[in-house]
Ligand binder design. Structure first.
Ligand SMILES: Nc1nc2c(ncn2[C@@H]2O[C@H](COP(=O)(O)OP(=O)(O)OP(=O)(O)O)[C@@H](O)[C@H]2O)c(=O)[nH]1
Ligand SMILES: [Mg+2]
Length: 137
C-alpha cells in the first residue's frame, strides 16, 4: 500500500477544520498511520518549501506556514498520493472543483487549508522532515 504525507495548514487549524479535513480522507478509505499537531519552525518551513525558494510568493508562504499550529499526517492506501491530491482539489481554491477540500472550504491561494505530497519522492522526503520512524504506526 502506498503512503502519502498531508498537512492541515494553519488556516485550517484556526478555522476549526481539522476534523472536516481528516474526515474526508478517512471516509475515502485512507488509513491514518501518523498524526500530530506542531507549529512549523522557519527552518522546517525552508526545507519543506525548498522548491519554491526563488518564487515571489515564497516569503508569504513561509510566514503563513509558520503562523500557527499545523496538523501533519501520514496516510496509507491505494495510490495514496494522487487520491489525496484529488480530494484536496486545485492549488487555487477559486479554481478547485466543488466536492474537493479547497473547492468547498477555501478562497485564498496562500491560505488553501491543506498540503499534500505531489509524488512518491516528495512524500518520502516530507515524511522524514515531519516524523520519526517510530511515530508511524
Ligand atoms: N501567492 C501565491 N501563492 C502560491 C502560488 N503558487 C503556489 N502558491 C502557494 O504555495 C503553495 C505550494 O505551491 P505548490 O506546491 O505549487 O502547490 P500545491 O502542491 O497544490 O500545494 P501544496 O500541497 O501546499 O504544496 C500552494 O499551496 C500555495 O499556497 C502563487 O502563484 N501565488
Ligand atoms: Mg506542492
Amino acid at each position: 500500500m502506498a503512503l502519502t504525507f498531508v498537512m492541515v495548514k494553519p488556516d485550517g487549524v484556526r478555522r476549526g477544520l481539522i476534523g472536516e479535513v481528516v474526515r474526508r480522507f478517512e471516509a475515502k478509505g485512507l488509513r491514518i498511520r501518523a498524526l500530530k499537531m506542531i507549529t512549523v519552525s522557519p527552518g522546517l518551513a525552508q526545507k519543506h518549501y525548498e522548491e519554491h525558494r526563488d518564487k515571489p510568493f515564497y516569503p508569504d508562504l513561509v510566514r503563513f506556514i509558520t503562523s500557527g499550529p499545523s496538523v501533519p499526517m501520514v496516510l496509507e492506501g491505494r495510490d495514496a498520493v494522487s487520491v489525496a491530491r484529488t480530494l484536496m482539489g486545485a492549488t487555487d481554491p477559486v479554481k478547485a472543483a466543488p466536492g474537493t477540500i479547497r473547492g468547498d472550504l477555501g478562497l485564498e491561494l496562500t491560505e488553501n487549508i491543506v498540503h499534500g505530497s505531489d509524488s512518491a519522492e516528495a512524500c518520502e522526503r516530507e515524511i522524514a522532515l515531519y516524523f520519526l520512524p517510530e511515530e508511524i504506526s
